[in-house]
Design a protein around this ligand. Sequence first.
Ligand code: C5P
Length: 219
Amino acid sequence: MSRALIIAVDGPAASGKGTVAARLARHYGLPYLDTGLLYRAVGLAVLDAGGDLDDAATAETAARKIDAAHLEDVERLTDRGAGEAASRVAGHPGVRAALLDYQRAFAARPGGAVLDGRDIGTVIAPDAPAKLFVTATPEVRATRRWKQLTGRGEVIAFEDMLADILRRDERDAGRGAAPMVQAADAVLLDTTELDIDAAFDAARRIIEAARARMGKSNA
Ligand code: C5P
């Protein structure tokens, strides 16, 4: 049986991974899951219930209730507060375990899938035939996120945005449970100097090389 095209896209906040992943999914006609939304939904569920983000049991209970219906309010899920809340609940191993089956089932769809996050290539789909690790300098990532959030009316100073990004990087890379790290077989894509079209082109070339390898191993 030939292997399904599972594309794992990992990287830090505002690296361009979401945009690249969504465009790859469109290009290859594959379903796409932004796994950050799951952690964001857990963070918001805890906050909405007046709970403590740092309490592992509270966060895990919230995570066990998350399903596709919780991922619909993308505007709220992608605001600044939700990102911060997500990175706090994401450090609890019980939260990660609760979200594992949903992500693995998505990755196992028969025709393949595109998933983006922090641990897709390392934990969720370690056997994915195509893996990207998308990054950019913290300053460029903060600039992108600042433009995005201020563009839709959030009021935030650039310095605070940069501090958010650096704090989130440190938390995501430094945690014990599934830390953000480039998988050994992932290809690094630095988007610091690239616009969206150039980043997508570079990503597509990397996936084409992976598909050529798959073709050989399926032959
Ligand atoms: O990708 P996004 O910025 O939406 O993710 C929000 C937060 O969710 C991240 O900072 C990270 O802490 C957490 N996350 C994670 N593992 C994933 C996706 C997101 O820990 N696969």
